[in-house]
Design a protein around this ligand. Sequence first.
Ligand code: B12
Length: 502
Amino acid sequence: MISITLIQPFRPEARGAQAEEHWQLTRPFSLLYLAAAFEGNNLFHVQIVDLQSGNMRNKTPEELFGNDDANIFGITSSTYSRFQAIDLAKVLKRLHPDSWIVVGGVHFSHCAEETLAYVPEIDVVVRGEGEITFTQLADRIAHGQSLDPVQGITYRAGSLVIHNPDQQTAVDLDRINPYSCYSWDDYPEYLFGYPERVKAASVMSSRGCPNSCIFCAKRATSYRVRRADLVCDEIEMLLDRLSLRAINFIDLSFTVWPAHVSEMCRTMSDRDLGVMWWCESRANVPLKLLELMRKAGCVSVAVGVESGSPPVLSRLRKNITLDQVRQFCKTCKQLDIHVQCYFMYSHPGETDREVLETLDFMVELDQWAQCYIQPAMIFPGTELESIARGKSVLLEGFNWCNLYDSHFNVALRQLSTCPLYIEKLSPQFMKKVPRLLQKKRFTAGREQYLREDVMDSNLITLLQKAYSHFFVQRKPLPDFVCWPFLKMLFKRKVGFRTGPSS
Ligand code: B12
């Protein structure tokens, strides 16, 4: 029997970055799907070791894997955890020189040759979806056969690195086994973007995305859906087994294909699942779809808006308009769906003025949605990476295996090991962006309070809020609730009361 150990590497040290606060321990879906692909195959014994889960974090790789005589070690990684994955590969090769060290996942898929050139301890990189490619690879390793016919891998043969063609067979989503052997406590998860903490689990209803946004690591990948009845079977099983009433869909974009959304919503409604759910969507969906989604239990949606400047949106190949975003958010608010809008700044060619337009747009959307912004990050395989190399934003000689550690990232509260796209904006301006947004929000909030038609009720609300904030919750007041502002409000109110004729 051939034994395979699949590993999620240690989590990176985030050094006070935003990433640290928002880090969520998530089921290593990739490894669970890979393990499920071997189910019923008696030639292999597969185990998963998650180094991010509680009881593993204080152990060393030597303690954990010294006695593991696996024939194949498979390591998954995102760009965030690439150095942890590479370090682990080195230790495993030292401990077990005869075992195969295979890596995969969204990061290594896009820099396979570079990885093998710089990390001699790694034997094979599996590119793209792994279920078919990895089972074929393991089978050939088990039988001592050449790796030549295995599509979708890059591997080492003596001193050569061989890059085989991409895998041509798409994984059939209706045939993959959802993995179910974990408890909710192993991977506590909540409904994303929802104001209350509602216990949830993740489910996949599609893979791939036909869109070509320049910053996305999974852009223009073959889009396929899973049959709605199978997805709902899995949801029912999860709700029942884990005593849940909420689901997060981990599809790249749940609403790519309206017919799939309709079918999913119809099946969820017909089965009366009573489930609340979150998904990612694009802003240019037919608005009727949102009504259908709400009826089927959708209560929270995330949208990548990226910029409030139309020329920047077109450079990003987002294919959305600001008006579509407005209509999307407004409709969601009317339907009582919580919306999270994600923005980035420092895009290719972006100027200070264009960033300010984005901040203004975020403030406008505040009435309907929760808006977040962070600097644009470069991931391998993206068009942004090519642009960055072309414009020397990534310096000549940059490679994804060499140590990268930026203090400036930390100043912007981003993980220090992932390069940011910095072209036209000055470091001083980039640091100021969160404060500028805060200021714009305060000004907008103040203007709202000064609208004469609502001033009476606003003054009372404001005073109540200020009292509760300051005396009851003992929190600092928002900047604009300063003494001169209150004085101005009183003055205006008096003027308003006496009316224009006096
Ligand atoms: C759930 C999710 C999250 C969750 C949890 C992340 C986590 N800790 O794992 C949350 C919401 C916290 C999150 C946050 C972020 N995320 Co996220 N997230 C996802 C999402 C939607 C699903 C990931 C997933 O489980 N996919 C399903 C599995 C089955 O696919 P897979 O991982 O690619 O695995 C397959 C293959 O790659 C391969 N494979 C994978 N590993 C291995 C290993 C071996 C040995 C082999 C043989 C094969 C193999 O086989 C698998 C099965 O086919 C993806 C988008 C997506 N749908 O993939 C983005 C994605 C992973 N996230 C991304 C990003 C950028 C982020 C953030 C940086 C966003 C931000 N700016 O803050 C943060 C990072 C925080 C973090 N902790 O990593 C990027 C990653 C880009 C990159 N190069 O690393 C993705 C791809 C989205 C995108 N479109 O670009 N994310």
